[in-house]
Design a protein around this ligand. Structure first.
Ligand code: NDP
Length: 281
C-alpha cells in the first residue's frame, strides 16, 4: 500500500507557486487574495486562518474581511463589488457556509468570474463542463494533482465518486471524465452502493460521514481518495475506515494530511493563475 502524502505533494505545489509569485513580483506584478468571512463559525475561522497563513508563506498579499453575523445581503454585495474593481486583488473567496439570511448563490454570482478562485461562479462551472477552464474548485483540483504526482493512470479506469456536491462530487466526476475515466457519481439515493464501489479502480469518498467506506466496499488494488473531514471526539477522521481499508489498496490518502493540504495549495495556485491572467502573463 502506498500512502499518498498530501503534505509532501502540497509542499511541491506551493514551492512552484511561490517561485512564480516571486518572479511576477520582480516584474512589478503583485498577487492578492481577498477572503471574506461572515459570522463566527469556528471551522470557517480555522479554514480562513490557514488560507491567510498559506498566502503569507508564498508571498501572496492576503486581505481578510471579517463581517458580523448580521451583515446584510446589500452590504456583502457592495463589498464584493468593491473587491471586483480593486486592481491589487486578483482572487476573491467568500467562505461558505454563509449565515442563513444570506443568499449564497447570489453572492457567488456577484464575484467577477476572473477573480473566482473557488470556481463556483456559473460561468466557471460551465467551463469545467466543457473541459476548457482556468479555475477548478480547489478540492477536486488537489485530488487530480495528487493522482498526477503519483502517476496514477485515469484513462479507461472505473472511477466512483461518492457525493454529488457542487464543491466536490460533481466537479470531481467531471475532471475524471475529462481524463477519460469511466465515471459513476453516487449519492444518498444510490442503490447497491457497496457493489458499485467494489467495482472502482479509483474511489473518491466525499460524503461527510466518519468511516463510511468500509473494507467490503473496496476492491483489492484500488486507489482510495478520502475527502471527508469529520470531527469525532475532537479528532479528525475521514469518510474511509482507514485501518480496515488500507491493506487492500494500491494507494490511499490519510486524514489528516491527505486531501486537506492540497485544497489550500490549489487555492494558492488558482490565485496565481488569476494574477497572471489579469496581467496578461
Ligand atoms: P455535502 O454534504 O454537500 O455532500 C455530501 C454528499 O454525500 C451528498 O451528495 C450526499 O447525497 C452524499 N451522501 C450522504 N449520505 C450518503 C449515503 N448514505 N450514501 C451515499 N451518499 C451519501 O458535502 P461536501 O461535498 O461539501 O463535503 C463532503 C465531505 O468532504 C465533508 O466531510 C467535508 O467536510 C469534506 N470536505 C473536505 C475538503 C478538504 O479540503 N479535504 C473540502 C471540502 C469538503 P445527496 O446529494 O443525495 O444528499
Amino acid at each position: 500500500m502506498k500512502l499518498i502524502d498530501g503534505k509532501v505533494i502540497s509542499g511541491y505545489v506551493k514551492d512552484r507557486v511561490k517561485e512564480e509569485v516571486s518572479a511576477l513580483k520582480e516584474q512589478g506584478v503583485t498577487t492578492g487574495l481577498a477572503v471574506i468571512i461572515v459570522g463566527e463559525d469556528p471551522a470557517s475561522k480555522v479554514y480562513v486562518n490557514n488560507k491567510k497563513k498559506a498566502c503569507e508563506a508564498l508571498g501572496i498579499i492576503s486581505e481578510e474581511y471579517a463581517l458580523s453575523e448580521n451583515t446584510t445581503q446589500e452590504e456583502l454585495l457592495a463589498l464584493i463589488d468593491e473587491l471586483n474593481k480593486k486592481p491589487t486583488i486578483n482572487g476573491i473567496l467568500c467562505q461558505l457556509p454563509l449565515p442563513r439570511h444570506l443568499d449564497e448563490q447570489a453572492v457567488i454570482n456577484a464575484i467577477d468570474p476572473q477573480k473566482d478562485v473557488d470556481a463556483f461562479h456559473p460561468q466557471n462551472v460551465g467551463k469545467i463542463m466543457q473541459g476548457d477552464y482556468d479555475f477548478v474548485p480547489c478540492t477536486p483540483a488537489g485530488i487530480m494533482e495528487m493522482l498526477k504526482y503519483e502517476n496514477i493512470e485515469i484513462e479507461g479506469k472505473t472511477c466512483v465518486v461518492i457525493g454529488r456536491s457542487n464543491i466536490v462530487g460533481k466537479p470531481m466526476g467531471m475532471l475524471l471524465l475529462h481524463k477519460n475515466g469511466t465515471v459513476t457519481i453516487c449519492h444518498s439515493r444510490t442503490k447497491n452502493l457497496k457493489e458499485i464501489c467494489r467495482g472502482a479502480d479509483i474511489l473518491v469518498a466525499a460524503v461527510g460521514r466518519p468511516n463510511f467506506v468500509t473494507a467490503d466496499m473496496v476492491k483489492e488494488g484500488a486507489v482510495v481518495i478520502d475527502v471527508g473531514i469529520n470531527r469525532v471526539h475532537n479528532k479528525l477522521v475521514g469518510d474511509v475506515d482507514f485501518e480496515a481499508v488500507k491493506d487492500k489498496c494500491e494507494a490511499i490518502t490519510p486524514v489528516p494530511g491527505g486531501v486537506g493540504p492540497m485544497t489550500i495549495a490549489m487555492l494558492m495556485q488558482n490565485t496565481l493563475t488569476a494574477a497572471k491572467k489579469q496581467n496578461n502573463r
